[in-house]
Design a protein around this ligand. Sequence first.
Ligand SMILES: [Zn+2]
Length: 274
Amino acid sequence: MNPAPLVAGATLAGLGLAVYQSTRYAWWTQPQAWHWPRVLMYHMVSPHRPGARFNKLRVPPARFEQQVRWLAENGFSFVHASALAQPHTLPPKPVCLTFDDGYHDNLAHADPVLARHGACATLYLVGDRTGGWSSKKKAHHADDELANEPKLSDDQVRELIATGRWELGGHTATHENLPQLDDHAAAEQVAYSRQQFPAVFDTPSPSFAYPFGIFGPREAAFARDAGYTLALRADGGLSDPSTWDAMAVPRIKVSGKDRLFSFKIRMKRGRRGW
Ligand SMILES: [Zn+2]
């Protein structure tokens, strides 16, 4: 039997795989400028649940530690979101870890990892974490799986703040889809943490994250009026902090399904592939 066709076949298959991997991850492309802040969006740091719908929002603790360790070992400087409002004062290779909503595992699983690697994070905390807010709206909060996920109590939030590792940010009172509200209700939701957090947690909330990442010019104006120096999207990758719109700062989603290789690509390019 002539082995040549087999070898040729294997070579072609290998070439096909390489093209696929290259296209998928664009590993050879130049990184975006490293002084552009990498603003990473997380929700939960917890093990996947078999058959659960929202495992992409659950980064397993060991994988989260791998990511934070990699950042620490590769010269990234961890900053709070408030620091992004003054881009010229940022350290080299700034990275800002953000957590949306206020899940209990942020204390149980994420904080110990931050402590071990000298990292810090910003928590976009929903004011009312006791009700069924997360089952009311569309997008990733659309069913009871996340409504039933344990949330941080006020005392646990104070515990996080006391570590010095966590900064608070606003994420509305009840996690509303803001464009669906009238002017008065939307403005109140946006301003909620500015008015409440200083009294409840003895700390300000210098920045804001739009629930579901859904917003328009009206919501951006409300965020500015409420006194936030920065408001974060739920997508968008990377942009130049000297020219970005501070009321629409992009973030890089970290999926619970990302392995370290795809995480590195996202850190380099702001997205997985092209
Ligand atoms: Zn949210």
